[in-house]
Design a protein around this ligand. Structure first.
Ligand code: SAM
Length: 238
């Protein structure tokens, strides 16, 4: 039966909206100040043991920092993002660096249609929380289906692992600390993210991953709001 419009519209951004190139530039500058992206990228490449024969797909590629770095260490990168502006910015960045093995795709966790060979690694950073929980599970199932047997999924995202009895205290402290360390604009972004985006709880996220068929090989929770997961499609050891 067709004609029912129940599919979640992931193309409509929730929370921060990168609808202009200047917003994308601001995001890139903020991240460059806040994060040691080079080191983060290096850590992920080493952790996942990404090599020259691997195909890596990245969902929510953003300004393309990770995509450009990993492209120099693997066979091919499939960079996926719902934002045309983010993709354009990422494309310009990789062209300037003379990198030509990135395939840029406008789409998302729920709409990207994979064709061709299955991929070795799927990675996503700070993007999955844009989907409500049910749709996260659908996204994870879709990722499972595009991975090779023994393929790896790496997720780094905002996931809540703090004491939920004291959530008001936690959110207020997080925002006031961000205000002191990173300024008003970023503190506002945290407020917006808590209010309008869909960061979930640690136990829900682990359940969603297992339900989608993944085996969780490594999990780390940091500061009560950040998490990383290394998951495998198969049931063997890493
Ligand atoms: C906070 S940024 C993170 C960008 C980059 N991964 C990083 O670590 O800096 C979130 C990105 O996810 C993208 N995004 C939002 N919803 C998405 C979806 N459903 N599927 C794929 N990408 C999505 C946004 O356009 C944005 O580029």
């Amino acid at each position: 039966m067709t004609g029912f419009f129940w599919q979640y519209n992931e193309m409509k951004q929730v929370g921060a909206d990168y609808s202009t190139l200047s917003e994308v530039e601001v995001y890139d500058e903020q991240m460059a100040k806040l994060r040691d992206i080079k080191q983060e990228t290096e850590n992920i490449i080493n952790l996942l043991n990404i090599g020259s024969g691997d195909t890596v797909a990245e969902f929510g590629t953003g300004t393309g920092e990770f995509a450009s770095a990993v492209a120099q260490r693997c066979k091919k990168v499939i960079a996926i993002d719902v934002s045309a502006n983010m993709l354009e910015y990422a494309k310009q960045k990789s062209n300037k660096k003379g990198i030509h093995n990135i395939d840029f795709n406008q789409g998302g966790f729920l709409t990207y249609q994979h064709s061709g060979e299955l991929v070795d690694v799927v990675i996503t950073q700070l993007a999955l929380h844009h989907l409500p929980d049910f749709w996260k599970m659908i996204a994870l199932k879709r990722i499972f289906n595009m991975l090779k047997e023994d393929g790896t999924l790496y997720i780094r995202d905002t996931v809540y692992s703090f004491d939920m009895n004291n959530y008001q205290h936690f959110f207020n402290r997080w925002i006031s600390e961000t205000l002191i360390s990173a300024g008003k604009e970023l503190a506002r972004d945290v407020e917006t993210a808590v209010r309008e985006e869909f960061s979930t709880c640690d136990w829900i996220m682990e359940g969603l991953l297992k339900h989608a068929g993944f085996k969780i090989h490594k999990v780390e929770y940091d500061q009560g709001f950040l998490a990383q997961y290394v998951c495998k499609k198969d049931q063997g050891d890493m």
